[in-house]
Write a protein that binds this ligand. Structure first.
Ligand code: ATP
Ligand code: ZN
Ligand code: MG
Length: 303
């Protein structure tokens, strides 16, 4: 399995689609790869843009105070990436340069900034919506798109450390967000089938940390809170999650004090599109030469 992943990665690099950096999970992308990502991003808008979502674009960093409040460190301390920076004086600078030169550790002198790398595109949305006060009667619908960081270095080219996630996020009553999620499970499947990709939708869980995390994961599955749309990419036996459909119940509502007009704690849900994973799925199933892709697929993406 690992071999298949590394072989697929090497093939993508040899074809120039991915540009290696020497760090697993950190890649540049060619113009062809980026064109596919951009065309797919537009396709998402074609399917979802009619719902009147509020478009928000954040840089790939969240405010540290928001990150601390988000609860991410309780569930996923192993995936988080914090931004650190030099805050020393000239003496400290000399010492940094000396250690760099001598191949010694220099990063331990870096201090935390107020920026944490965004772990999922929807994280800045909840505090933003909370700032606005009680929700309107039809809830809130937000369209976000961001680079995300997760510390999960891997030989699998579909498991990157920095990757892009497009999301629609719904905040409202339990009925409103459940209907949103159900509609996206169906739309997401149809959207991906329009690209002639072999898809399966299955129950899933998040990679919660530690022993308590195993219980959280089991309960997430029991309650049917997370579904993934899977496509074989680097491995046929273990298909890769390319889209995910998440119902958070009142988790973020309680954390951020999100309220429906009648004062009840709001529920939230999101659909996430893994942009690089979808591009990789297309390259896997239709080949590295986009001009040779099936005409129907080309028509969907390039019109
Ligand atoms: P996995 O189960 O593969 O670890 P996930 O369940 O953690 O993925 P989500 O947290 O639901 O993924 O993130 C939303 C989407 O972002 C996923 O459906 C996937 O397409 C994409 N994604 C998640 N992690 C990565 C990664 N390391 N590299 C590239 N894309 C990713
Ligand atoms: Zn989300
Ligand atoms: Mg998963």
């Amino acid at each position: 399995m690992e071999n298949g992943q590394a072989a697929f990665r090497d093939a993508l690099i040899a074809a120039g689609l991915l540009i290696p950096t020497g760090v697993d999970g950190l890649y540049g992308r060619s113009g062809v790869f980026e064109d596919v990502v951009e065309r797919f991003n537009d396709l998402i808008t074609t399917w979802g843009g009619g719902d009147g979502a509020d478009v928000m674009r954040f840089p790939p960093g969240v405010a540290r105070h928001q990150f601390e409040q988000s609860g991410y460190l309780k569930s996923f301390p192993h995936l988080a990436g914090t931004v650190h920076a030099f805050k020393g004086d000239e003496r400290a600078h000399q010492s940094l340069l000396r250690r760099l030169e001598e191949g010694e550790e220099w990063t331990d002198a870096q201090l935390a900034t107020n920026v944490v790398l965004t772990p999922a595109a929807c994280y800045p949305v909840y505090p933003t919506i909370a700032e606005r006060g009680p929700l309107p009667a039809d809830g809130a619908l937000v369209d976000v798109y961001s680079y995300c960081f997760r510390h999960e270095p891997s030989l699998d080219p579909a498991r990157m450390q920095l990757f892009r996630m497009r999301e629609y996020v719904c905040v409202g009553t339990p009925e409103q967000v459940m209907e949103f999620r159900q509609s996206w499970v169906e739309r997401g499947r149809a959207l991906m089938e329009s690209l002639a990709l072999p898809v399966a939708v299955d129950l899933a869980n998040d990679p919660f940390f530690g022993r308590a995390g195993r219980m959280l994961a089991a309960s997430q599955r029991d309650q049917g809170l997370k579904f993934e749309l899977l496509i074989p990419i680097a491995s046929a036996e273990q298909p890769t999650a390319c889209l995910s459909f998440n119902y958070h119940q009142d988790h973020f509502g309680l954390l951020w004090d999100l309220r429906t007009p009648d004062g009840a704690v709001a529920h939230t849900a999101c659909v996430g599109f893994g942009m690089e994973r979808v591009a990789l799925a297309l390259f896997r199933h239709h080949g590295f030469d986009v001009k040779a892709w099936p005409a129907a697929v080309r028509a969907v993406l390039w019109g």
